[in-house]
Design a protein around this ligand. Structure first.
Ligand code: T46
Length: 133
């Protein structure tokens, strides 16, 4: 499964903290799009899809949430609970996000523009696609 947690350097001083995201240093792709998810209602699950080609880096810049990752063979859970770590996702990974804290702001950097054709939103089709890959 091409999913890994990236720890970011925190530039801190007595004023507070700063994190820089830079291609080639802690972002492993050219960023074409940034979106963020916030005000998620209690108990909501999001995601429930895979991408055919998209590379993404998800950062909880505020609050926390959890990811369930599934490559068709293995399942893995990752908690994003600090702005100093990011979850890098590449390739065929079914993902679900859940346990959003009320203050959660989940920012996602992506290497491509939004394209609904890149989504696989049916789990059976995801499994078939993994088998063919
Ligand atoms: C992902 C997880 C982590 C757009 O118009 N442009 C965009 O760039 C995005 C991401 C979404 N949308 C529209 C499509 C839907 O009408 O916003 C609506 C909600 O999107 P979706 O239901 O796909 O959101 P999530 O939270 O289930 O999934 C999102 C990303 O779509 C997905 O790529 O990996 O976050």
């Amino acid at each position: 499964m091409t999913a890994k947690v990236i720890d970011f350097d925190v530039k801190g001083d007595d004023r507070g903290s700063l994190i820089a995201l830079e291609r080639g240093y802690n972002v492993p792709f050219d960023v074409k799009r940034v979106y963020y998810i916030f005000d998620t209602k209690e108990g909501v699950r999001r995601g429930a899809h895979a991408h055919r080609n998209l590379k993404q880096l998800a950062v909880c810049v505020k609050g926390s949430c959890r990811f369930l990752l599934d490559d068709g063979e293995q399942k893995r859970r990752v908690a994003l609970d600090s702005p100093d770590k990011g979850l890098y996702l590449e390739g065929l990974i079914w993902r679900e996000m859940y346990d959003f804290s009320p203050d959660c702001v989940l920012m996602v950097l992506a290497d491509a523009f939004y394209d609904e054709k890149d989504y696989i939103r049916e789990y059976d089709l995801f499994l078939q696609t993994v088998k063919k890959a």
